[in-house]
Design a protein around this ligand. Structure first.
Ligand SMILES: Cc1cc2nc3c(=O)[nH]c(=O)nc-3n(C[C@H](O)[C@H](O)[C@H](O)COP(=O)(O)OP(=O)(O)OC[C@H]3O[C@@H](n4cnc5c(N)ncnc54)[C@H](O)[C@@H]3O)c2cc1C
Length: 207
């Protein structure tokens, strides 16, 4: 069954984006908790289309998925579910836009937290969330964990800085939550629901 799934996956991505060697799987089998469970394979998406195509196949073949940033989480969320496909966002790591007028950054989930802090600092701006893992952790992981560091006392935590998200749902469909204005208040607050949901509800593809 899993082999058939992998054959289908290889039709929609470059084979270099799929890791199946024992050594590679070992590297993705744990996070900072040191809990451990071997995944079946690791997928490194580079585009939203690839991500959605593979998620559709996961849905079709009933393959569970474990999203992963840098694996620094301390709640075991990136430890692979048994027999799952790990989706590592390390290659979706672009800062897409920094709007210096409206003070909004658009980023892919694999952006390293410290890189965003430095980029905005170069433009005399300030991104406050500062988990101590910032030199390694990703924005996607920070959002999925609701991370915050010492500056939280004065400035709040990651969730206070997430205005909107693009999320891939388990069937491969895409939803956009929130928006670029604070007065975006009607309807359910799906952005907050996703924040700190530890990858259990969908994949954060853009923030
Ligand atoms: C040395 C150290 C210091 C730390 N300091 C702090 C601190 O000061 N404050 C604090 O709050 N936390 C701290 N942490 C824990 C903190 O939660 C993580 O470091 C960070 O937020 C996780 O980011 P990551 O990219 O490593 O995510 P990972 O560990 O890879 O993943 C964390 C969770 O996010 C999910 N996830 C990752 N990417 C996505 C995505 N794109 N879509 C959906 N789900 C996703 C994973 O499935 C998992 O459930 C620390 C950890 C370490 C090891």
């Amino acid at each position: 069954m899993f082999e058939k799934f992998i054959n289908e996956v290889e039709k929609v991505i470059d084979s270099k984006q799929l890791l199946t060697s024992k050594e590679a799987l070992l590297a993705y089998s744990l996070d900072a908790t040191r809990l451990k469970s071997m995944p079946k394979a690791v997928f490194l998406p580079e585009t939203s289309k690839q991500l959605r195509d593979v998620i559709r196949l996961c849905n079709e073949f009933s393959i569970s998925v474990t999203p992963r940033g840098s694996g620094t989480g301390l709640s075991g969320g990136a430890v692979p579910a048994k027999g799952s496909l790990v989706i590592s966002f390390s290659r979706m790591n672009s800062i897409l836009n920094i709007d210096t007028i409206n003070l909004i950054a658009e980023v892919e989930p694999g952006v390293i937290t410290a890189n965003l802090q430095e980029e905005v600092s170069d433009q005399s701006l300030f991104y406050p969330p500062d988990p101590s893992s910032a030199a390694v952790s990703t924005i996607g992981g920070n959002i999925a964990e609701g991370a915050g560091g010492p500056k939280a006392l004065k400035y709040g935590v990651t969730r206070d800085y997430v205005m909107g998200l693009e999320i891939v749902l388990p069937d491969g469909s895409l939803i956009r939550t929130g928006g670029s204005t604070y007065k975006n208040v009607s309807g359910y607050d799906l952005t907050r629901l996703m924040t700190a949901s530890e990858g259990s509800l969908g994949l954060i593809m853009k923030a």
